[in-house]
Ligand binder design. Sequence first.
Ligand code: I3P
Length: 109
Amino acid sequence: KKGYVMRKCCYEANAKRTPFHKRSWKMFYCTLRDLVLYLHKDENGFRKNQMGDNFHNAIRIHHALATKATDYTKKMFVFRLQTADQAEYLFQTGDSKELQSWIDTINFV
Ligand code: I3P
């Protein structure tokens, strides 16, 4: 699965709260492949730079959980991703169908 999403970091690994200057929403082109969610600036990023500089923008989703962020009311169609290493992110998708599709894809791969 792939597509543009907005992402906000809330917690880094080991439930460490993301510092204020890194908590803003950013747009990414998101590619889910082999249990890893790759986040690139645009569609070309993945191809150009498969093994490249974006390692820190790769989120391992093995034993991760995606749920609708019903408590986050500032934006619509947002899900929360909690990873095995206790990082946490919010992702905003385009509509309710995309929202459900990302959640299902992440939880059932
Ligand atoms: C953050 C930015 C985010 C905001 C976050 C701010 O500031 O305004 O949009 O999250 O609030 O810290 P900056 O751009 O300087 O990084 P929301 O959109 O969810 O309010 P937070 O610290 O309460 O997460």
